[in-house]
Design a protein around this ligand. Structure first.
Ligand code: NAI
Ligand code: COI
Ligand code: MG
Length: 357
């Protein structure tokens, strides 16, 4: 029996999490494995209920579980709190750091039946594309010290520190090359080495590690060009290797190129393959509470959990196929429906995926 810490969080988090649990329940019956779930508050809801975004009991549950299934945190209700107390900074970043979840996998692929929902020109998207955004998740400007703010008036200033160690770059780069070998053998490293010293080190280390992976094609690209090339010709990319901030930005862009933020799943893993699984998007306050959020990113994140944390490849593949077959039948939530009047809600999408499974 594998124990899952389920942290639905805020906004659409609980809505899409309910559908992922339905799908996991159906997968357990079909493939004869057993999961136990324990739910806990995280993010804004935890501030409301317990006075802090990452209560000790939630962290203890995660420590005593085999994997973490995470929804999303944050929203306008908590935006006026001091920055250090906001749900994203006080819960999600510390969780990633605590478990050393440095390797964030965000696969962006266009489902065949969704090419019409994809914002790219049909001649560009063709039959679809398949990119793996590999984002370093525990360093960079999000974590670098010092951070600060001081003064007042026109001289008031604020600062963050972009920082990477050689070891941090090496470990994510090695995984990028290993992963490319089981994909299409190509790594594009995204940096800004023309301006940032941190990124000069990034590029140097990527080139050094590449000496051990000469069979893998390596290209370097500046981040501004990368965002443009993604729109111009996404087919040129296989594994996009990014630091924390650039990967954050690039993965949202890649998500939308597939049709919606609500489609992009993610896995955040440490060296022992302990993982936190969450949609790449946030709590979507603009649609929360309406029952219209797309649960597919959360469901595919649960499938990634089965695959990476538990080696249940067959069950994971069956969930992926169930999602694909539901989309093939023209069952769409509002974000991906061309004819919005025919869109189904969050629960109906979950039910359809369970039925397909
Ligand atoms: N991992 C996390 O917990 C993350 C939390 N956030 C937080 O979430 C809050 C909202 O952030 P935003 O910048 O608005 O980004 P967001 O990703 O929540 O929303 C961006 C857009 O994508 C749409 N969207 C996202 N997920 C969707 C889904 N499943 N189905 C249909 N549409 C979907 C939203 O409706 C919105 O129009 C903020 O407090 C932010 O800090 C943002 C990103 C990640
Ligand atoms: C707290 C943020 C870094 C969350 C986010 O936008 C992400 O992980 O994609
Ligand atoms: Mg993001």
């Amino acid at each position: 029996m594998k124990k899952i810490a389920v942290l639905p969080g805020d906004g659409i988090g609980p809505e899409v999490m309910a559908e992922a649990i339905k799908v996991l329940d159906a997968a357990q019956k079909k493939f004869a494995f057993e999961l136990s779930y324990e739910f806990a508050d995280v993010g804004g809801i935890a501030i409301d209920n317990h006075g802090e975004a990452l209560p000790p009991a939630t962290l203890a549950l995660c420590e005593n579980s085999d994997a973490i299934l995470f929804g999303s945190v944050g929203g306008p209700k908590w935006e006026s709190l001091p920055p250090q107390q906001q749900p994203e900074r006080a819960a999600l970043l510390p969780l990633r750091k605590h478990f050393d979840l440095f390797c964030n996998l965000r696969p962006a692929r266009v489902f065949k039946s969704l090419t019409a929902a994809c914002p790219l020109r049909p001649d560009i998207v063709g039959e679809g594309f398949d990119i793996l955004c590999m984002r370093e998740l525990t360093s960079d400007i999000y974590f670098g010290q010092p951070k600060g703010r001081e003064g007042a008036g026109p001289d008031e200033r604020a600062w963050d520190t972009m920082t990477y160690t050689r070891a941090e770059i090496e470990r994510i780069t090695r995984i990028a090359f290993e992963t490319a070998r089981i994909r299409r053998n190509k790594v594009t490293s995204v940096d800004k080495a023309n301006v940032l010293t941190t990124m000069v080190l990034w590029r140097e280390v990527v080139m050094e590690v590449h000496k051990e992976y000469q069979d893998v094609e390596l290209t370097h690209i500046y981040v501004d060009n990368a965002t443009m090339q993604l729109v111009r010709d996404p087919h040129q990319f296989d594994v996009l290797l990014c630091g924390n901030m650039f990967g954050d930005i690039i993965s949202d862009e890649a998500a939308m190129l597939t049709g919606s933020m609500g489609l992009l799943a993610s896995a955040s893993l440490n060296a022992n393959k302990f993982g936190l699984y969450e949609p790449a998007g946030g709590s979507a306050p603009d649609i929360a509470g309406q029952g219209i959020a797309n649960p597919i990113a959360q469901i595919l994140s649960a499938a990634m959990m089965l695959r990476y944390s538990f080696g249940l490849d067959e069950a994971a593949a069956a969930i992926d196929s169930a999602v694909e077959s539901v989309l093939d039948k023209g069952i769409y939530t509002k974000d991906i429906a061309i004819d919005k009047s025919k869109a189904v809600g969050t629960a109906a999408m979950g039910d359809a995926i369970v039925a397909a499974l």
